[in-house]
Design a protein around this ligand. Structure first.
Ligand code: 1CP
Length: 361
């Protein structure tokens, strides 16, 4: 089967599928013993610098879970290092930046790099993967607000106080930072697709900390620019953030073609907010992966019943897989989504053909 005909890409293009495609955000990672063993030998950044190892880590969830798409193993911070801002990934914390971006001079020092020269290993990994993966590969980047939050705060944050302070107090500096990140994201996204990625996801994990008004003023123009410039690549452009229920209509008008929904927004509500000409992706609460199976199954059915109402739906979590999840549960969820949705599509086909027979006879 050509990757173009895969259920995942069909769902992203709003075409009909014979079963609902599944993948999991953060599907490669610490819940998996083989990943933990590789991490004994390499840091996360070192994995990314070794294309063979990085390709293996990317393939693992496809082989083990039977998911319908692979996502490049990387981190949203990798291109930030290439912009000349050193970072480290601290165990159980996340990205740490020793010299955060606070002034106009700090922004001006960031370089807009050429992915081929500065991140050749990322593109080599994509090339390796697209030659032998049987499912589409999703490339990704962080989106400007979320990247800026790490760059300005210097690490993970809860309040984003300094980030918002720069936004409100120094809009010109904020604008310059957004512009630089947007240019980086466009060229990095283009390079990933040119190397073989079949879709791009923009992770704006923390943009839900903004009000709809502030999103419209301080982020929307940058996101529109990015989507406008990535559109000609003709691949699905997935846009995801946490607690972004009130921003979903703006996600759609910014130009995303697939909207990632977190678990706080029921899918029918998300549909009302984004309309019918974009695809949806989501939205099981990752905490449910620890629930007893009957509870979990019930909630998956509820999500699938809503998702399958319209073409253009991919099953996923409402945020990333947690390290404590049992790999067997992820496998069982994947199988259940496939089987349940295949039965649904088969029976609706039978119903529509018997309805046709009824008209003829
Ligand atoms: O070394 C480790 O194993 C540490 C955990 C880890 C992993 C597995 C980090 C540190 N990054 C990653 C890989 C990663 N990061 C992937 C892998 C591909 C896959 O999905 O299988 C992806 C897509 C990311 C993207 C990423 N990094 C996001 C966006 C998605 C999300 O979960 O919201 C964010 C916010 C980051 C920053 C980051 N990197 C690592 C951590 C622990 C964090 C979050 C820190 C925080 O809470 O702010």
């Amino acid at each position: 089967m050509q990757k173009e005909d895969s259920n995942f890409l069909k769902a992203c293009r709003l075409e009909s599928v014979n079963q609902i495609p599944v993948w999991f955000m953060r599907q490669a990672g610490r819940y998996d013993a083989d990943y933990r063993a590789i991490r004994q030998k390499y840091t996360l950044v070192e994995i990314c610098e070794h294309p063979e190892v990085c390709a293996d880590v990317t393939r693992m969830p496809v082989q083990k879970l039977g998911v319908d798409a692979a996502i490049l193993f990387s981190d949203i911070m990798i291109p930030i290092g290439a912009m000349g801002l050193p970072f480290e990934i601290r165990e159980n914390v996340g990205p740490i930046i020793a010299s955060p971006v606070r002034t106009r001079e700090d922004v001006d020092r960031l370089t807009v790099f050429h992915p081929r020269t500065s991140l050749p290993h990322v593109l080599e990994t994509i090339e390796l993967l697209t030659s032998d993966l049987r499912v589409p590969l999703i490339g990704f980047t962080g989106a400007p607000f979320t990247l800026a939050s790490y760059m300005i705060e210097g690490g993970p944050s809860r309040e984003y106080a300094r980030t918002k302070q720069m936004m409100y107090e120094s809009p010109a500096v904020w604008g310059a930072l957004m512009d630089k990140l947007a240019k980086m994201i466009v060229s990095y996204g283009q390079a990933q697709v040119q190397s073989g990625a079949s879709a791009l996801q923009l992770f704006d994990s923390w943009v839900g900390s903004l009000s709809p008004e502030d999103y419209a003023t301080y982020v929307f123009p940058t996101m529109s620019y990015i989507f406008e410039n990535l559109r000609s690549l003709k691949v699905p452009l997935i846009y995801f953030g946490v607690t972004t229920g009130e921003l979903l209509s703006q996600f759609r008008s910014a130009g995303a073609t697939v909207i990632g929904v977190d678990w706080r927004v029921p899918l029918p509500t998300a549909r009302l907010r984004v309309g019918h000409d974009v695809a949806l992706q989501g939205n099981l609460d990752p905490a449910l992966l620890h629930a007893p199976w009957p509870v979990l199954e019930n909630q998956i059915r509820r999500i699938l019943d809503a998702g399958m109402e319209y073409p253009g739906y991919t099953f996923n979590l409402g945020h990333g897989v947690r390290p404590s999840v049992d790999v067997n549960v992820l496998r069982r969820v994947t199988e259940f989504v496939h089987e349940y949705s295949a039965r649904h599509f088969q029976s609706s086909q039978v119903m529509s053909s018997s309805a046709k027979d009824g008209v003829i006879s």
